[in-house]
Write a protein that binds this ligand. Structure first.
Ligand SMILES: *Cc1c(COP(=O)(O)O)cnc(C)c1O
Length: 356
């Protein structure tokens, strides 16, 4: 296998739990039957519970990566009568903006620098807007937005609130009711620590009411909701990943619930951050999620060079950045199966690179 013995600190796919690997090693079962429906229904109800979703919320299970979840949400829930605000703080905010452009959804691109939008109400001037699209944290630079403030802003101005929580579910706190969130987009390969290929779009009753009649097959949410009532999907789902999902959610429940899983990630992130204080590496954002840390070398070393040395000399994978940030920052994930010993591999390698 390629990269089999590497330590994975990439921001997706992330290091998977032993139990997830075990489920993945089994034959994929037949799925048009009650036992598999029960799996889907159980996974749905656990996801809704962990998100504190409003009563009668539902989950659409799509066999596709996270971007398909973003695109499908836009196609099913927005149209040309909308005026959306796109919070754009990097690559993934930009993706929401281009998806709106592709689907001809009128939108304003709200470019955000190092700011968590705690004061969004005074920062953005509302003008006939109907919806807001935000990545709970902007994974390209590791910046967490204040979902509480954004939710209050949406409530005050009656905005339909769509949150892409792909890279923070399971690592950082999210609460649909408390933060007035109407739609949450999730994907398997980030905070959930499963293989890539499954996306979930969580719809509140308000979102279900808003669903448009669209002339589209594969991504038509109404069909998913119909079949989902009995725990099925219109097309062959990522059966094995759904089995891994239920296993993971049940593990989270067994080990103290979602808040304690988040707490574990927080401890891991703090352990890493506290252990590299003596190195010439600066935190790129003031508003870091537990999920990851973006680091900027301050000694003139190229970030890309560090990424390459870690891979070639130490068999450690961290994430480079694209575009004009490629030499400036690199990203370290704290998502997935992480112990202090696992993180020590990276800390020791960084010390070695800097002769500390
Ligand atoms: C990873 C990620 C996505 C989805 O990317 P895919 O490659 O399509 O799975 C979307 N939004 C955010 C914030 C992400 O981190």
């Amino acid at each position: 296998m390629i990269y089999e013995n590497y330590s994975i600190f990439a921001v997706g796919p992330v290091s998977m739990f032993p139990e997830t690997l075990e489920v993945g090693s089994k034959q994929t079962p037949y799925f048009r039957n009650q036992p598999f429906s029960d799996v889907v229904l159980k996974a749905e109800s656990l996801l809704l519970k962990m998100l504190n979703a409003p009563i009668d919320s539902r989950v659409v299970f799509l066999t596709a990566s996270g971007t398909a979840g973003m695109e499908a949400a836009i196609m099913n829930l927005l149209d040309k009568t909308d005026q959306a605000i796109v919070i754009n703080g990097g690559t993934f905010g930009d993706r929401f903006a281009s998806l709106c452009t592709s689907h001809m959804i009128p939108h304003d691109n709200f470019i955000v620098d190092d700011n968590d939008l705690s004061n969004i109400d005074s920062q953005f001037k509302i003008n006939h807007h109907t919806a807001l699209l935000v990545n709970a944290h902007e994974t390209s630079v590791g910046r967490l937005y204040n979902l509480d403030a954004i939710g209050a802003f949406c409530k005050k101005h009656n905005l339909f609130n769509i949150v892409d929580a792909i890279s923070m579910f399971g690592t950082d706190h999210i609460d649909m009711q408390k933060y007035n969130i109407d739609v949450v987009i999730l994907s398997s390969q980030k905070g959930l620590a499963l293989p890539p290929g499954l996306s979930m779009v969580v719809l509140s009753p308000k979102a279900i009411e808003r669903l448009k009649d669209i002339n589209i097959h594969y991504f038509n949410f109404k069909n998913y909701l119909n079949d989902g009532q009995r725990g099925q999907t219109p097309y062959t789902p990522a059966v094995t990943i759904i089995l891994q999902l239920l296993n993971r959610l049940e593990m989270i429940e067994k080990t103290g619930g979602i808040e304690s899983t988040i707490e574990h990630t927080k401890l891991i992130a703090e352990y890493f951050r506290n252990s590299i204080g003596h190195l010439p590496l600066e935190f790129y954002s003031k508003y870091m999620p537990n999920a990851m840390t973006a680091l900027k070398p301050t000694d003139g070393k190229s970030a890309l060079e560090i990424v390459n040395i870690l891979e070639k000399k130490y068999q450690i994978i961290v994430c480079p950045n694209g575009g004009n940030l490629s030499k400036v920052i690199f990203r370290v994930s704290h998502m997935g199966y992480m112990t202090k010993e696992y993180v020590d591999n990276l800390i020791n390698a960084l010390n070695d690179i800097y002769h500390k």
